[in-house]
Design a protein around this ligand. Structure first.
Ligand SMILES: NC(=O)c1ccc[n+]([C@@H]2O[C@H](COP(=O)([O-])OP(=O)(O)OC[C@H]3O[C@@H](n4cnc5c(N)ncnc54)[C@H](O)[C@@H]3O)[C@@H](O)[C@H]2O)c1
Ligand SMILES: [Zn+2]
Ligand SMILES: [Zn+2]
Length: 360
């Protein structure tokens, strides 16, 4: 029998979200039912409700979540009822051309649950294939990664999206290593996680760039050694000054704007790396002299979900957190109820929070 639970739904473009009673099926083959314990409010949820991702309304929002496995479907191995798990966007297939080459983090054929959750008989589109602003949600088994249950759910869930994207942009995509200099453009949840990741990887100089002075203060708490307010000074010049005129080894763009991508491009040292983790919209374009792309050498990379492999990265990051080596509590600005998601969107737009996290 399907479960009737409360969930936060975006019914139509731009309308405030509402709490609805939704129908969640019992897990079928390869699926698991999750008793959601916490779910962070991410910018992407707001993008869905604004119709900026696609128009497949109604959306069941929420995707930065941790919870307990409540029921496992047929054929599911490696997960049992009661396991504490972090959810991820996409279950890796194991046999596409990327998986076969030993690069499952790039899997080109990921999947979500096959059965649909519904509102009044109409299929819901779960945000990023998850839909976790809900008391229960249904995901593919590969979307749930077991981690140490001693971690608080409101902290653990954040690993499932923005924090992983930022940590991974530095540690996986940018391959930041001991002694590197790094600049991070945009100090929201993703940028601050990139700062943390750079610190953890042993970066020597970590330069935070933002136009909001409060965000720059927070960035210091995550490990930035220098801050630049790019509404006041040219960040490329300021970065050169800090780095003996050379630029940084790794420049990470965590906003998704042409202007900040160009700043990142020009602020790296010869043979340096630029990582784009911010998501641009389809209209954005950049123009760069080709000679600069050639002449500077190095690498221009994009980071999808921090190039993470949940089964490899989530348990390791939670262990580092529990050992006190990874600061995650600081990302949680407040904990809220399901009925406060709309207000949390406004706080996010006003730049007042890094993450509001719904507790269930
Ligand atoms: N690649 C991925 O897999 C992935 C995953 C999650 C999020 N993202 C993307 O990462 C980006 C950041 O997400 P977030 O949650 O940290 O967002 P956020 O809105 O919390 O943070 C953005 C920060 O950029 C700053 N900023 C805005 N314009 C600026 C400018 N012109 N110069 C300097 N700073 C500026 C803001 O003050 C803010 O601190 C978004 O584009 C998001 O969609 C990517
Ligand atoms: Zn997210
Ligand atoms: Zn694959």
């Amino acid at each position: 029998m399907a479960h009737q639970v409360k969930g936060v739904v975006a019914k139509s473009k731009g309308e405030p979200v509402s709490i609805e009673t939704i129908e969640v099926p019992n897990p079928g083959s390869g699926e698991v039912l999750i008793d959601v314990k916490a779910c962070g409010v991410c910018h992407t949820d707001l993008h869905y409700r604004e119709g900026a991702i696609n128009d497949e309304f109604p959306f069941l929002l929420g995707h930065e979540a941790a919870g307990l496995v409540e029921e496992v479907g047929e054929g599911v191995t490696g997960l049992a009822v009661g396991d504490f798990v972090i959810l991820n966007w996409r279950a890796v297939c194991g046999h596409c051309r990327s998986c076969r080459r030993g690069r499952p983090w790039n899997c080109f054929s990921t999947h979500n649950a096959t059965q649909k959750m519904k509102l009044d008989g109409k299929e819901l589109s779960p945000a990023l294939g998850i839909g976790a602003f809900a008391e229960k949600t249904l995901v593919a088994a590969g979307q749930a990664t077991k981690v140490n249950p001693e971690a608080k759910p409101e902290v653990a869930g954040l690993i499932g999206c923005g924090v992983m994207a930022g940590l991974g942009a530095a540690m996986n995509t940018g391959q930041v290593s001991r002694g590197d200099s790094v600049a991070v453009f945009g100090c929201g949840g993703v940028g601050d996680a990139a700062i943390e990741g750079s610190r953890l990887a042993g970066a020597h100089t970590i330069i935070a760039v933002d136009i909001d002075s409060t965000k720059l203060e927070w960035a210091k708490e995550f490990g930035a050694t220098h801050t630049i307010d790019s509404s006041k000074v040219d960040p490329v010049e300021a970065i050169r000054e800090i780095t003996d005129g050379n630029g940084v080894d790794v420049a990470i763009e965590a906003i998704g704007l042409p202007i900040t991508y160009e700043q990142a491009f020009y602020s790296r040292d010869l043979a340096g790396t630029v990582v784009l983790v911010g998501v641009p919209n389809p209209e954005m374009k950049i123009e760069l002299p080709m000679i600069e792309i050639f002449g500077r050498g190095g690498t221009l990379k994009s980071s999808w979900y921090g190039d993470c492999l949940p089964s490899r990265d989530f348990p390791m990051l939670i262990d580092l957190y529990l050992q006190g080596r990874l600061e995650l509590d600081r990302f949680v600005s407040e904990t809220i109820g399901l009925d406060e998601v709309e207000e949390a969107f406004h706080k996010m737009e006003r730049g007042e929070v890094l993450r509001s996290v719904v507790i269930l």
